[in-house]
Design a protein around this ligand. Sequence first.
Ligand SMILES: Cc1cc2nc3c(=O)[nH]c(=O)nc-3n(C[C@H](O)[C@H](O)[C@H](O)COP(=O)(O)O)c2cc1C
Length: 168
Amino acid sequence: MTETLPGHAVDADHYRRALAVHAAGVVVITAQSEGIPVGLTATSFSSVSLDPPLVSFYVDRGSTTWPWLRSADHFAVNVLASDQEEVAARFARKGIDRFAEPTRWRPGPLGAPLLHDVSAHLICLPHETADVGDHVLVVGLVAEAHVYSAGRPLLYHQGRFGRFLAHS
Ligand SMILES: Cc1cc2nc3c(=O)[nH]c(=O)nc-3n(C[C@H](O)[C@H](O)[C@H](O)COP(=O)(O)O)c2cc1C
């Protein structure tokens, strides 16, 4: 274990290795901006508040999707199911049309794309944003929530996708 003096930041390599052992659920954030569907894979999604119902995620300030997301009047959180690792990989890949075949999606009630076969959709209205380090914290007010299956989630751990196995 490497010790670090108080007030000093750990180096990137130790940071990455420590965070890699933290398993996370995987979502795809989608929106429609100027008629164009946009979306990106995120593991930084989290619940924030019940009253009011708020959720959050962090987006890299260098993300080419962020300027489009920022100008959208709402966004959708697509909670991926355990068999959707290809969807997760596709929405993290640059230089492709992420919404082209084989991606299956439909426009949601307010227009943001909803991916098919996910565990749940949350439709969110922008609540606030804050610059935090090299990311932007995006907080959304959950306007609608639709749960389709209480099935197994897609997880990300040590750079790989996997499944959840309950003890009982
Ligand atoms: C498993 C996984 C989780 C990711 N989580 C995030 C995240 O929480 N925030 C983020 O900004 N990027 C995250 N990314 C990276 C983005 O999905 C990817 O860099 C982005 O889509 C790049 O395209 P863009 O520049 O078009 O936005 C993640 C990628 C993967 C594979």
